[in-house]
Write a protein that binds this ligand. Structure first.
Ligand SMILES: *Cc1c(COP(=O)(O)O)cnc(C)c1O
Length: 363
């Protein structure tokens, strides 16, 4: 029996993908060994790796003039790689801050690599709910790039409309909402994401970058973070996370098989609507993000009586509902409904929320 896993990351992987990896674990394609044991230089492995890249290009509709790089170092690694690859010593970059992760990215740049203009792009409205403030998303003249996080995993805030940055490349962190809805790649200079939320095990990071932005890295940028080095060596400059890359390929096949990102978007809307609709109708729980800016994949909510938090989590665990505790910087609860979460996972959660509320005099 599989648990209902609402963890924010590493997180649920589709059971079909887990089962396929398990079936092939000790013996891949009759080779008598597993992918995890194979050299990344073997043609059999390279086929796995580059088929995965081709499939990602297909399901995301990534044009030829973008490089797709499979790396390590996570989102945090890319927070450093972005300025090291793009920002000249005397330049500056705009950072649109909509929550925890964009704030971390801004700090990484400002404290180590170069000047930033930090735009505070979210605030509490009259109703005490967080809203994304697009009026603050204006690029500063002369900025080398503008940075945005399309889904704030910790805060439960998602950005659906993109700011118009003109010729200034828009660099986006999509770690937690990649492949959860169609994205027009051509609107971005670069897209970065870790695989551990919507795709595969932790330890794999992907950068999709427009080719004209390659070759601008600082001299002292570590080779391993230099996008043009990774591009030149087709992401095999050093040993990649070969197993996570393989599992990403299985996830891409799974996505293609169920109808692509359009179908996932439909499911993700259905799941998150179900949860938010109940929370809004309840007098027991609240969501502190304004309706228009709520994440479809990280539903952040609170019990009105926070003293019941421990009991809530313990009761959830008894029913095999795991990973509902909110991020330490915010407290409260968070249910992550990533791609792998079936609609039934949202139904089970809403049922539990209701029953817990009712057993404590709420609705
Ligand atoms: C998880 C997450 C990160 C951090 O990723 P690591 O791989 O742990 O470095 C960065 N940005 C967003 C939006 C995330 O969800």
């Amino acid at each position: 029996m599989r648990a209902w896993n609402y963890s924010a990351g590493p997180s649920m992987i589709p059971t079909e993908v887990m089962a396929k990896a398990q079936a092939e674990f000790c013996d891949f394609n009759g080779m008598g060994l597993g992918v995890v044991e194979m050299s990344h230089r073997w043609p059999e492995y390279m086929k796995v790796a580059y088929d995965a890249e081709a499939l990602l290009r297909k399901i995301m509709n990534i044009p030829e003039n973008y490089a797709v790089l499979f790396e390590q170092g996570g989102g945090r690694g890319q927070f450093a790689a972005i300025p090291l690859n793009l920002l000249p010593e005397d330049g500056f970059a705009d950072y649109f801050v909509t929550g925890h992760w964009s704030s971390c990215a801004e700090k990484e740049c400002a404290e180590r690599y170069g000047k930033t203009v930090r735009h505070e792009c979210f605030h509490k409205n009259e109703d005490g709910q967080y809203v994304v403030d697009f009026s603050q998303m204006k690029v500063t003249e002369g900025a080398t790039y503008a940075y945005i996080c399309l889904n704030e995993t910790v805060n439960g805030i998602e950005v659906f409309d993109l700011p118009d940055t003109g010729d200034v490349p828009l660099i986006a962190d999509m770690s937690s909402n990649i492949l959860t809805r169609p994205i027009d790649v051509t609107k971005f200079g670069a897209i970065i994401f870790g695989a551990q939320k919507n795709i595969a095990p932790a330890g794999l990071t992907v950068t999709i970058v427009r080719r004209d932005l390659l070759g601008k890295a600082r001299k002292y940028c570590p080779s391993i973070l230099d996008w043009s080095v990774l591009d030149k060596y087709e992401s095999m400059y050093n040993t990649p996370n070969s197993f996570a890359w393989y599992m990403a390929g299985l996830a891409f096949e799974w996505i293609e098989g169920l109808g692509g990102v359009q179908e996932l978007e439909r499911r993700n809307i259905a799941k998150s609507d179900m949860l938010y609709d109940y929370i809004d109708s309840s007098d027991f729980y609240k969501c502190q993000v304004a309706k228009s800016d709520r994440s479809r994949v990280n539903c952040v909510f609170n019990l009105n009586n926070e003293e019941l938090n421990q009991e809530f989590l313990a009761e959830a665990k008894k029913r095999n509902l795991l990973g509902l505790k909110g991020h330490k910087v915010l407290g409260g609860m968070r249910a992550s409904l990533y791609n792998a979460m079936p609609i039934e996972g949202a139904e089970v959660l809403v049922k539990f929320l209701k029953e817990f509320a009712q057993s404590h005099g709420g609705k």
